[in-house]
Design a binder for this molecule. Structure first.
Ligand code: ADP
Ligand code: ZN
Length: 214
């Protein structure tokens, strides 16, 4: 399957993407994970992106499009891909459309994962992430803590609160979402590609996606 996952920070795009990869081997492509990996590795891309990310601001469109133009043409994308955190702005969506036409790829749909603001705030402040760039497992101190506090069950690395998950950075990320990313819902609705699902449980989201794929 070839999907775009839309939704506010904390809507559960990453969790849903991971569950979907298990269904048919489609790859999860998270621009946030790619960027955090680049920051930790200290690459040129990481150096350019770091300050924007810490503040909860978006990384410039041209950097993101450069990453995605390459990523979408890697062989593992042929089976399918789940775009998690991209596109994030109308210019990114327009350039993605042009890129996919150029490389002859057709998307199945854009899934808008809809969650109440209170739920999102609660999820983000309690979220913890594995620091290992190759793992990046996500935990929640209330609903899904690691077995040993602060240690990743999967790889043994530290599990921490992300720097952009302080209250100030979170409220900035939500404001940025409302201003820059929420308009994509209308964009994909106009393209006739949008489904909206209520994200109270990830199983419900998965089932709605499956039902729309057949
Ligand atoms: P979230 O948990 O907010 O969905 P992500 O892990 O997707 O966060 O992204 C973390 C940060 O990486 C964003 O706040 C932003 O700075 C940057 N980022 C990720 N994807 C994009 C994108 N498509 N365009 C611009 N910036 C991005
Ligand atoms: Zn880990």
């Amino acid at each position: 399957m070839k999907l775009i996952l839309l939704g506010a920070p904390g809507a559960g795009k990453g969790t849903v993407a991971k569950l979907l990869t298990a269904i048919d081997g489609s790859v999860q492509i998270s621009t946030g994970d790619i960027l955090r990996g680049a920051v930790q590795a200290g690459t040129e891309l990481g150096k350019k992106a770091e300050a924007f990310m810490k503040a909860g601001d978006l990384v410039p469109d041209d950097l993101i499009m450069g990453i995605m133009e390459q990523r979408l043409q890697e062989p593992d994308c042929e089976k399918g891909f789940l775009l998690d955190g991209f596109p994030r702005t109308i210019p990114q969506a327009e350039q993605l459309k042009e890129l996919l036409e150029r490389i002859g790829v057709k998307l199945d749909m854009a899934v808008n994962i809809d969650v109440a603001r209170e739920v999102i705030l609660d999820r983000l402040t309690t979220r913890r992430t594995c620091v290992n760039p190759d793992c990046q497992a996500i935990y929640n101190v209330k609903s899904n803590p690691p077995q040993k506090e602060g240690v990743c069950d999967k790889c043994g690395s530290d599990v921490v609160q992300r720097e952009d998950e302080t209250e100030e950075a979170i409220s900035n990320r939500l404001a940025t979402y409302n201003e820059k990313t929420a308009p994509l819902i209308g964009f994909y609705d106009n393209e006739g590609m949008l489904i909206t699902v209520d994200a109270t449980s990830s199983d419900a989201v998965i089932n709605a996606i499956k039902a729309n794929l057949d």
